[in-house]
Write a protein that binds this ligand. Structure first.
Ligand code: FES
Ligand SMILES: [Fe+2]
Length: 448
């Protein structure tokens, strides 16, 4: 394996080229990983074109011809269900001279027609028509593959569709490792075993690096501070949960700056595993008010039996599942899928789809959507704090000193989790980010 070298020197480096190896240590990373445009270019090739990238939940494309457009790093793609029921992931690029053939975010169609010279394609990507075709030799038309190109691999874990631009690498199930338990738990929360996306999407951008959002999904250190307006004692945020009869105070009375005290937020754990996969367990956040809706409670008991139903609600072991490098799934409460799309080194798009449950009273689904609105929409009480912080971090990192960003919380004190290479720490530790950067370093160093 050849050592990857980044040229030219990055903004925090006054001298030589930086090797990838020099950018990531056990307890810190160079600021350049968030700010350097050349590193961003390399990430698009070596991270996003090698990893499994979330494409869609299958309920977004239930019928033949249904499609959504998405991206693998910078590469535009179309996720479309064909007439046989298969979900295809096709590059959104006309084989003639390159225009995207589908501009819409979602829809239903019989054909994709290129707006430039009118070539058109079936919903499985096959070429179906070339205007004024007599100018082409038959031999050319027969020998060339003029269909929409297919992404190398597409796999579906229980309705969650991912694609990988590389033929090589682990299967999806191996790749997501412990996070399949999060999807299983999400589906277990449905009395019908099904969840669906049909409440629209929140779509917004922030001026900061894509990794900031993925790290933030694992960061239980920040809420007492970034979200003080929401979570300080007296705040009402969590009392807005559907069917909640009483609120609960997020912070204890302890001073969060007390040197030796564990934060209230350390009542959960953060796990970081192989391939950058990581998740949070927040017991209080998963013990929500579902059981207070009698029909929902009975539906879960009918499906799972009383004991198991209680376990699913009260002891579920995952609240945020962060699928490296593109997806955060909120498994409980305000269930949603949150996609992170890098636009440039300093610009990132976030898309949030509430995830609803089949077979429950309407009020439960309304509650999920309402809670997502106040938590992760662009006008929410919570995510807006985070977006503000991401922009402040990106601005702060333009300073050339210090060179490092510290990820040292709990380093060397973690214990082993059940999955390969899985490390576990208290929730405010930076265990999840360290797992992400271990894999980042591995991918970025592989030159093939
Ligand atoms: S670029 Fe698509 S038809 Fe010409
Ligand atoms: Fe936050």
């Amino acid at each position: 394996m050849q050592q990857a070298v980044v040229r030219p020197p990055t903004h925090n480096s006054a001298d030589a080229d930086l090797a990838i190896d020099d950018l990531v240590r056990d307890d810190r990373v160079r600021a350049d990983v968030y700010t350097d445009a050349h590193l961003f270019d390399l990430e698009m090739e070596r991270v996003f074109n090698r990893a499994w990238i979330f494409m869609a939940h299958e309920s977004q494309v239930p019928n033949a011809g249904d499609f959504v457009t998405s991206a693998i790093g910078r590469q535009p793609v179309i996720v479309v269900r064909d007439a046989k029921g298969a979900i295809n992931v096709l590059y959104n690029r006309c084989p003639h001279r390159g225009a995207i053939v589908c501009r819409e975010s979602e829809g239903n169609t019989h054909r994709f027609a290129c707006p430039y010279h009118g070539w058109n394609f079936r919903i499985d990507g096959e070429l179906s028509g070339i205007p004024f075709r007599s100018a082409y030799d038959d031999e050319f038309l027969q020998s060339e593959d003029l269909s929409l190109a297919r992404v190398a691999r597409v796999e579906n874990y229980r309705g969650f569709v991912f694609a990988c631009a590389s033929h090589d690498g682990p299967s999806l199930v191996d790749y997501i490792g412990p996070l399949k338990d999060g999807i299983d738990n999400l589906l277990d929360r449905s009395p019908s075993g099904e969840v669906f996306v049909s409440a629209g999407v929140h779509r917004y951008r922030y001026k900061g690096n894509w990794k900031m959002q993925l790290e933030n999904g694992l960061d239980e250190y920040h809420p007492p501070f970034s979200h003080a307006s929401t979570v300080r004692p007296g705040g009402q945020q969590l009392q807005r949960a559907y069917a909640a009869k009483t609120g609960y105070k997020v912070l204890s009375d302890k001073d969060p700056n007390e040197a030796d005290a564990k934060s209230h937020y350390d009542h959960g754990e953060v796990h970081g595993a192989r391939y950058g996969q990581a998740y949070l367990t927040i017991p209080d956040a998963t013990r929500r008010s579902e059981l207070e809706v009698p029909e929902y409670r009975q539906g879960l008991i009918d499906r799972h039996g009383e004991q198991r139903a209680l376990e699913i609600i009260e002891n579920s072991n995952m609240s945020n599942a962060v699928f490296y490098p593109s997806l955060i799934v909120r498994v409980s409460g305000n269930m949603h899928i949150r996609v992170v799309r890098p636009i440039s080194v300093g610009e990132t798009e976030v898309l949030v789809w509430p995830m609803q449950v089949k077979g429950v009273p309407e009020q439960v689904n309304k509650g999920i959507v309402r809670y997502a609105n106040v938590h992760v929409s662009v006008s929410s009480f919570v995510q807006t704090d985070d977006l503000e912080i991401f922009e402040r971090v990106y601005e702060g990192l333009q300073a050339r000193q210090p060179q490092w960003v510290m990820l040292a919380r709990g380093v060397g004190r973690e214990w082993d989790g059940p999955y390969p290479d899985e490390k576990v720490g208290y929730a405010t530790w930076e265990t999840g980010m360290r797992a992400q950067f271990r894999y980042w370093k591995q991918l970025m160093s592989e030159n093939t």
